[in-house]
Write a protein that binds this ligand. Structure first.
Ligand SMILES: Nc1ncnc2c1ncn2[C@@H]1O[C@H](COP(=O)(O)OP(=O)(O)OP(=O)(O)O)[C@@H](O)[C@H]1O
Length: 615
């Protein structure tokens, strides 16, 4: 066996770059990486290289063994031995394997140049032309995880053939199940190649569309037939046993008692296993749900703000439904005619599409078992489809300013019949006023009927929209939620005096939460709940700062993810290019990566969000 020593460079990052770059070349070859002694980041690099090589070996993608060099184990373990970290690639087959600054010339000069470029440049995945190099980037194996769409035509063909086989063999219901499986796998976006995934998903999904439609119709029919069996608001139901399955000890949820929520909402809370209300929920629900007050709420991200406004909305809608039902029962049909049915009762506005969907999904989950419908209206999705959803007249709409205003100014009837609007919510208000992007938000606020105490009862004509006369105007509550809050000491006085409403102020942009709140109709007796702390950092987060060289950043990231990254991790990058680099790298290293950035199509962005929520 001819052993050729290849010095892959000095220092962790050089070695790392070389190893990353030449991995694909190792495929099929029997090589040894012999670690030399090291210092400094030897622990990181030792762990990194060992983990990666072991993963690859287990996946059968690489046949490398690690041999401690210079008497120091590859894992380093903090060995403080002076000297650079050296890696020797020992080739068994006699074929060129890889090197830094290279001498290899087994296959002619041209090939060598390509390889050298390949190694020295540390190309990103997008830059590597697999065909040119005759390489196939190894696909990390994921135990117990759904397979991601493969890049190669061969595997695509295999997939298609498999699907065909499944379709022909299975019965209708089995087929549906199988398809769901495939669907799941196609949802896995491959890092740095969202567009490809999108195309691929299209291909995989196309034949399913009809099936899906059929399923939808079937579901709809089932729903309709179930309609009469749905628990009426406030009525007792066997919902708990149905959904919960295993029993819930209500005593564990005693902390919710003081919030006096409707039994159907408590059923949802049991189902979601939310044992105690979060501080922001505890502070906001009583004034909002039982005193009918407006609320300005601020708390760190992830503190449960959605339900801090969501539960009061659902509580009031359920109470009203109960009252209506009782009146109908007492006085007969006549009352039903004047009770507002299927009108927009709550309009929730968020600064981003993803947040709107997150909020909408969260509320849907809690509203399960009630008759309340929640619909998201966001940009980047089919307007026609959203108009169809609105034709069903949902009580709660969660949307982003742009698409909402587009539909409102186009005369979408459900969105401009605002006389029965009982809740107007601005979520993440601090982000809503950032960059002054939200001209549409201003337009939406302008067409809201005045809240009680102003010119109640008078219909308004504003711009393209006309709000209809109210026969049963509800007192509207305004909720403004944010992760940060800076209110002036005399904010309440300003609200009382209406100074923020002055002519001068009306011409100002919505550039502060104070102005935004006041314009949205916030009343002076609003409950102000500020649970932010000075550091802004969420309590559950621990911040750590690692000082490192630019070229070591990737190694640290991989190390942190490998050693500490159990569960989900979010990695923020400064640019889309940086995101592509990092995600490609992590993908090569066998980490399940999803990317999300502004240049992705909305459909792909939503798919990523949905998949991440489902993890
Ligand atoms: N009482 C509760 N007990 C346990 N988990 C809860 C409770 N209320 C909400 N959650 C969960 O906490 C998570 C964060 O909630 P939510 O999204 O409402 O926070 P948020 O403050 O709005 O965060 P962000 O500002 O990031 O939108 C969600 O997954 C939600 O299901």
């Amino acid at each position: 066996m001819e052993k050729i020593r290849r010095d892959l460079g000095n220092g962790a990052s050089e070695v790392g770059d070389s190893i990353f770059a030449i991995w694909p070349c190792f495929r099929g070859a029997l090589v040894e990486v012999v670690m030399g002694v090291g210092c400094g980041s030897v622990t990181i690099w030792g762990n990194l290289i060992e983990t990666v090589i072991n993963n690859r070996r287990e996946a059968g993608q690489i046949d490398l063994s690690i041999v401690g060099g210079g008497g120091v184990a590859v894992t380093g373990g903090g060995a403080a031995v002076m000297g650079g970290l050296l890696v020797y690639v020992v080739e068994e087959t006699g074929r060129w394997v890889g090197e830094k600054g290279g001498l290899g010339k087994k296959n002619g000069e041209e090939d060598d140049q390509k390889r050298r470029r390949f190694i020295e440049g540390f190309l990103t995945l997008e830059e590597i032309d697999e065909v040119e190099y005759g390489l196939e980037i190894p696909k990390p194996e994921r135990a117990n995880k759904k397979e991601r769409p493969s890049k190669t035509t061969e595997s695509r063909k295999r997939k298609r053939a498999k699907k065909k086989e499944i379709r022909s063999k299975t019965t209708k219901s089995q087929e549906t199940k199988q398809k769901e499986g495939v669907d799941g796998s196609s949802g896995r976006a491959k890092a740095g190649s969202e567009e490809k995934v999108d195309e691929e998903t299209k291909k995989v999904k196309k034949p399913k569309k009809r099936k899906k439609k059929k399923q939808k119709t079937k579901k709809k029919e089932e729903k309709q037939s179930e309609g009469s069996e749905k628990p009426a608001a406030g009525g007792t139901s066997d919902f708990k046993e149905d959904i919960i399955g295993d029993s819930v000890d209500e005593a564990d949820y005693y902390a919710w008692n003081e919030l006096r929520l409707h039994p159907l909402l408590m059923e949802s809370i049991f189902r979601l296993r939310f044992k105690t209300p979060t501080p922001i929920q505890k502070a906001c629900i009583p004034p909002a749900a039982h005193q009918g007050k407006d609320v300005i709420g601020a708390a760190e991200t992830g503190s449960g703000k959605t339900l801090a406004f969501g539960l009061p909305i659902l509580q009031r809608l359920l109470e009203e439904q109960e009252k209506d039902n009782n009146l109908v029962a007492e006085k007969g049909e006549a009352v039903e005619k004047i009770a507002p049915r299927s009108l927009l009762r709550a309009l929730i506005i968020t600064p981003t599409r993803e947040l709107a969907l997150q909020v909408s999904n969260h509320l849907k989950e809690v509203a399960k078992g009630t008759n309340t419908r929640v619909v998201p209206i966001v940009g980047g999705m089919s307007t026609e489809k959203q108009e169809r959803l609105l034709q069903e007249r949902p009580e709660i709409v969660v949307g982003t300013p742009g698409r909402l205003w587009e539909l409102m100014s186009g005369g979408e009837i459900h969105l401009i019949e605002l006389h029965s609007l009982s809740f107007f919510v601005l979520d993440e208000a601090d982000r809503m006023i950032e960059n002054g992007h939200f001209r549409e938000l201003q337009s939406i606020i302008d067409i809201l009927p005045m809240t009680s105490g102003s010119d109640e009862g008078h219909p308004q004509n504003t711009q393209n929209c006309t709000t209809v006369a109210s026969f049963q105007r509800k007192k509207r509550q305004t909720f403004v939620f944010s992760a940060t809050l800076a209110l002036s000491a005399d904010f309440r006085q300003k609200l009382k005096r209406g100074s923020l409403k002055s002519k001068q102020s009306m011409n100002d942009e919505l550039n502060s939460i104070e102005t935004l709140s006041e314009r949205a109709g916030m009343k002076a007796n609003a409950a102000i709940v500020d649970l932010t702390n000075e550091t802004i950092v969420a309590d559950k987060l621990e911040e750590t700062f690692i000082e490192c060289r630019e070229e070591d950043k990737d190694a640290y990231l991989y190390y942190i993810l490998s050693v500490h990254g159990h569960g989900r991790t979010m990695v923020f990058c400064t640019s889309i290019a940086a995101l592509r680099h990092t995600s490609s790298l992590l993908c090569i290293l066998g980490i399940n990566v999803w990317t999300l950035h502004a240049q992705m199509q909305q459909r792909a962005r939503l798919k990523v969000c949905n998949s991440c929520w489902c993890l």
